[in-house]
Ligand binder design. Structure first.
Ligand code: LIP
Length: 265
């Protein structure tokens, strides 16, 4: 049986991605406002988050919403929380690069339960919810089974929220171990690689919850594992995130500062 929130979020992510593409393609280009070094918000970010907020308020008025651009609208009694990044990878998006996505997650009393990531330029959408394992464009998605360093590709993220030396040290440890690495500049893109079995691990220090929440649900629904500080703490501040196929704890330990369970997490 289709889960109402999952079907709703899937359609909403597609609509949001199309709106962003249409705004980017419109004559006259996009209004762009710097938020900080290498950090921007565009009129499309704001319009997409506005669309998502309106749609959710209309269909699930009791639910709250935490969005990257508009902050927190608290839930009413009995409601859950939607966690939304309207355009993840804004710097890529505004330059016309394909590595960007729409991330929509939902958390109820039992924690994170629904996740949808839409990557509009490659026309890929992953979705997962209660009783619904992760799908990619409607077909089952599974993490990879690769586990040796010489066959491991790790997707990395970083930002001004951590010292450059911490990032370059992780890169050095991966290369010395024989792993390869990639960096897309959008957490959703890095997470999607793990979810769909194209890479083995995604790691980022100090990642915001709206970048990570849907990917955590989707990775778990694809047979993977996710390590982070837990939703309550992650809602308050950026946290370290490791999403992986659960195969090789030694590789995960090259990246993640916290404990890495031997059985994957
Ligand atoms: C981005 C993330 C990326 C992170 C950047 C930024 P945004 O999201 O996807 O992984 O390293 O600092 O947070 O800001 O483009 O939505």
């Amino acid at each position: 049986m289709t889960d109402a929130r999952l079907a709703f979020a899937t359609d909403l992510a597609r609509e949001a991605g199309l709106l962003a593409q249409q705004m980017r393609a419109a004559p006259g280009g996009l209004e762009i406002v710097p938020k900080g070094p290498q950090d921007f918000v565009t009129a499309a970010d704001l319009a997409v988050e506005h669309l998502v907020r309106d749609r959710i308020a209309a269909v699930f008025p009791q639910d709250g919403l935490l969005g990257e651009e508009g902050g927190l609208r608290p839930a009413k009694p009995g409601g859950g929380l939607w966690i939304v990044d309207p355009i993840d990878g804004t710097t890529n998006f505004l330059r016309g690069l394909a590595d960007w996505g729409v991330s929509i997650a939902f958390a109820g009393d039992a924690g994170l339960s629904h996740g949808v990531i839409c990557l509009p330029d490659p026309a890929e959408l992953c979705a997962a919810g209660p009783g619904h394992s992760t799908t990619l464009n409607g077909r089952p998605a599974r993490v990879s089974t690769r586990h040796t360093p010489d066959q491991t590709v790790v997707a990395l993220g970083t930002s001004d929220r951590e010292p450059v030396a911490d990032y370059t040290a992780r890169v050095g440890r991966l290369r010395q171990a024989g792993c390869e690495y990639r960096r897309a500049g959008a957490a959703t893109v890095g997470l999607m690689g793990v979810i769909c079995g194209r890479t083995e691990t995604y790691h980022e220090n100090a990642l915001n919850i709206w970048d990570a929440a849907a990917g955590i649900v989707l990775a778990r629904g694809a047979g993977g594992q996710a390590l982070h500080a837990g939703l309550d703490r992650h809602l308050l501040a950026p946290c370290e995130v490791l999403v992986w196929n659960g195969q090789n704890p030694q590789i995960a330990s090259l990246l993640y500062a916290g404990p890495v369970p031997v059985n994957g997490g």
